[in-house]
Ligand binder design. Sequence first.
Ligand code: PHE
Length: 346
Amino acid sequence: MKEQIEQIRKNAISEVEKATDLRQLEEIRVKYSGKKSELTVASREISTLPKSERPVMGGLINQVKKEIEQLIKEKEKALAKEELTKKLETEKIDITLPSIKVKRGSKHPLTRITEEVEDIYVSMGYNVVSGPELETDEFCFERLNIPKGHPARDMQDTFYITSEYLLRTQTSSMQARTMEDNKEKTPIRIICPGKTYRRDDDATHSHQFNQVESLVIDKNISVADLKGTLEMFVRKMLGEDLDIRLRPSYFPFTEPSYEVDVTCFKCKGKGCNLCKQTGWIEILGSGMVHPNVLRANGYDPEIYGGFAIGVGLDRLAMFKYDIPDIRLLYQNDVRFLNQFDKCDRN
Ligand code: PHE
């Protein structure tokens, strides 16, 4: 029996030595310490030995068991280390390789223009508000001194959802909404940028476009305030060296009304194809809030007055970025949009 155990010991040692991975080692462990292992079987046979030999044999079996266990433990450590080294070797990263380029988006030119306009007005103490695109006939027209059948409605032939609701044709609807909401009659200084809709479709008109409305209501507001604001806005937006020109015009909700031209920023007023040789470019509509509009929205025109400005943001973007066709702004062609990526890094 002693020789037999000695043989088991030898076999175990050589098998452990030969093991090349942790799985093999686990098999060896089961083979030599499991219930059916040779050593376990041998220890059961101790009872058949003469009494005097039993303790010696028992001691030997235990010692061999422990020795094999210890060997397996050591081998296990060595193999684990080896496997880790191998893994590190194969998963090695070459940090000198160029990195994968992350494609970054850019702001849409209209977002860019809107944010610029907002910054200018906020610096003058205005609040930025937004209003519904699905508007009522009342706020889009009636409360702005454009009753049913008024010829000014023709120019905004538009998208009615029902006879009551339509997609707003102008952000001017927010003039009425802001006055209506301001029950305390505190001074109003707001701008409202947003989408507007009309039944238009050509190189300079789209069925969807963007406007920004400005409205000031207070006591003692004059055309001088309007003109000063316009000058400030135009110079900050398009260039400090530009002048503006107010031409009499007509809007049902302002009186007097002005079409505003700015010195052509391409030729600086000399005359070119952009300004059709006039030296001026029309950029917006404006005027003093009409007494009927004040009255319709709860203000006494004897006490309060104000001015309103409406700017087409698409037109502004087209001028500023030299975009020849308004439809480019709505087609989401990345080749077009990518070009504005460069502006972000300035
Ligand atoms: N709402 C007018 C338009 O869409 C523009 C405008 C706004 C004119 C405010 C005067 C004052 O044509």
